[in-house]
Structure formats: C-alpha cells, structure tokens
Ligand binder design. Sequence first.
Ligand SMILES: [Zn+2]
Length: 198
Amino acid sequence: MASQEIETLASALARLPGLGPRSARRAVLWLVKRRETALVQLLDALEKVRDRLVECETCGNVDTQNPCGICADSRRDQTSICVVEDVADLWALDRAKLFTGRYHVLGGKLSAMEGVRPEDLNIGALLDRAAAGGIDEIVLAMNATLEGQTTAHYLAERLENYPVRITQLAHGLPVGGELDYLDEGTLAQALRARKPMV
Ligand SMILES: [Zn+2]
C-alpha cells in the first residue's frame, strides 16, 4: 500500500496527456529514487514554468512575455496569420522556420464527441484580428483529421466576409496526421503548397 503522498502525486501525474495511472506510478517511484538529482531538477523546472510563463493575449502562444516573442518581433510579416489548434503545433511550424508571419492558437478543435463548441475556442479574437485590418492572408493549419478539417471549414465560413485570403495546408499532410508529429520536411512541403480554401 503506497503512502498518501505517493498516491496524490501519482494521480496528479496520471492526468497528464499520454500518462496513465500505471506509468504515473512508475514515474513517481523513479523520482523518489532520485530525489536529490532528477526530482530537484524537475521541481526547479516546474517552478520556473509556474512563475515565468504566460499566455500571449494576442495569439495564445505560451512565452515568458506578453505579447509573446513572435508577436513582438517587428521583423516578422505582419500581414499573415497562421491559425493552429494548439501551442505544440505553433512550435512545430515555427521550428520549420518557413512561415514568417504570426500565429493564432485556437486552443483545440471543434468536436461533437468531446462537446467542444465554437465558443469554447479562441475564435472571437481571430475574427477581431481579421477585422482590425492589415491582414492579407490567413493560413488555416489544422491537423489533417476529421475534426481538424471540420474546424478549418467552420473558420473559412466565419472569415468569408473579411477582406483576407484564406488558405490551408495542402499536400504532404497524411490523413489523420497531427502537425506536431510530422517531420519538418513534410510540414515545410504542406506549408509551401498551401492552397486557397474558398
Ligand atoms: Zn503572441
């Protein structure tokens, strides 16, 4: 029978994506054995994340500053916005260093199964950015999943009456593919071959 402390930590870790109760318990034991080394490093890293990281009020990126480094960078193309589902997708695209504009993070995708409605996503702020003017192109970089594509079509409809070109990622995205799992070459190709959405 594990102590209450171990149970509490294991159940907190088990809520992390990709970590079930069993692997959470193993992670806790691993940390207990390395309490002077790995555990100290983990605590330190967690504390820094808690104290320093904020969400960018413009795009939804996570950074140590608000607006984030990307939004604040005047060398980036101010006329195009790439819309992604999650921050992990933003980072994947930005690692590929091909998109020179700025981003917008929706914070998820429309899902009837999971009960995610348009008002649950960061869509209002995207429409505000489109309405503010000065934006020529909005690239919808949703995952090539059914829900990702449903979200892209919904956004294309909502953006229809704004004076912006709507494009989306094209060839190279495998069906069912999620952006942050793709290699940079595939991502680069999808971005380069983007096509008008409507
Ligand atoms: Zn930002």
